[in-house]
Design a binder for this molecule. Structure first.
Ligand SMILES: C[S@@+](CC[C@H](N)C(=O)[O-])C[C@H]1O[C@@H](n2cnc3c(N)ncnc32)[C@H](O)[C@@H]1O
Length: 280
């Protein structure tokens, strides 16, 4: 088991503290705030309307998604893209694999993966926000890929899938939203087959936030309040048993947003995209 001795600066939490939300934090309110936020994105995904970027131009210009690949997907899907990195940079998507995106939003990463899977593969998206699932389902019906695609309601801390049924889990901009990161990583571990992989992109902080910021549901729903440092994220993955986390890319997903205006210019945020494996 991985040992951690990291303590945060004065007034800031230690690494382990940031794996769960602060004591007394109202996680039911957080859940409502998160769904409300992403229903708004699903209903009206206007670039510049949020303190985070959305859409295909952002994905291409800031996160390195190939414009030609995104152009193959329905705009109704890519307009609602709200990831913070690019999990498909983390490794290959093998033909015939079962791929799960455990908080797929409108389905951009899932459908890009589905394109590579072929008829023997299976692409499964899970999300808690009905409007995001509807956008992903519409997009999946509209494209002519030959891979079976399913979009399921559910939460990434209690996935509606059997153990050891998935080869690859994709995760983009969502672990930060979980009130219990280890539970989400354990669920990911449970559904992965031995030898399976997690390609994850998430927000990372330059330094841990102090408790009042971490207890702010709006800041949490903005993908910042629940973010960890890169060291805490890697520690959490090792703690659950993932092997050899490897950073594939780093991005600056909040550059040019209203985040500093809204939440203060001393917040240091970036993102990492990484791969990690469940041992055989
Ligand atoms: C920042 S968006 C990212 C969406 C998608 N991964 C993308 O790259 O466009 C966050 C997504 O996570 C979903 N989400 C938040 N909490 C969740 C949970 N507990 N289980 C499943 N999905 C969740 C939201 O509904 C939203 O669609």
């Amino acid at each position: 088991m991985h040992q951690d001795t990291t303590s945060g600066p004065e007034g800031a939490p230690s690494t382990h503290d940031t794996w769960v939300c602060p004591t007394g934090f109202d996680s039911a309110r957080l859940h409502e705030a998160v769904v409300a936020m992403y229903e708004t994105v699903a209903r009206s995904p206007r670039p510049g309307a949020f303190h985070f970027h959305v859409g295909a131009d952002y994905a291409v210009q800031r996160l390195g998604y190939p414009a030609a690949d995104l152009a193959e997907l329905p705009a109704a899907c890519t307009r609602r893209f709200a990831g913070v990195g690019n999990p498909l940079l983390a490794g290959p998507v093998p033909e015939g694999a079962v791929v799960l995106d455990h908080a797929c939003g409108s389905g951009t990463d899932l459908l890009l993966a589905a394109r590579r899977l072929g008829p023997a593969g299976h692409a499964i998206g899970v999300d808690i926000t009905p409007g995001m699932r509807a956008a992903a389902m519409d997009a999946a019906r509209a494209i002519a890929f030959d891979t079976p695609i399913e979009i399921l309601p559910g939460s990434f801390d209690q996935l509606p899938l059997p153990a050891r049924s998935v080869d690859l889990v994709l995760s983009n901009g969502v672990l930060n939203l979980a009130s219990d990161k280890l539970q989400v990583l354990r669920e990911t571990w449970r559904v992965l087959r031995p030898g399976g992989a997690l390609y994850l992109a998430d927000v990372v902080l330059g330094r841990p936030l102090a408790a009042p910021s971490r207890s702010n549901a709006a800041l949490w729903a903005a993908c910042v309040g629940g973010a960890m440092t890169e060291a805490a994220l890697l520690d959490a993955m090792l703690h659950v048993g993932f092997h050899a986390p490897r950073i594939a890319a780093r991005h600056d997903p909040f550059a040019g947003t209203r985040l500093p205006l809204k939440f203060g210019s001393d917040i240091q945020v970036a993102s990492v995209t990484l791969s990690a494996h469940k041992p055989v």
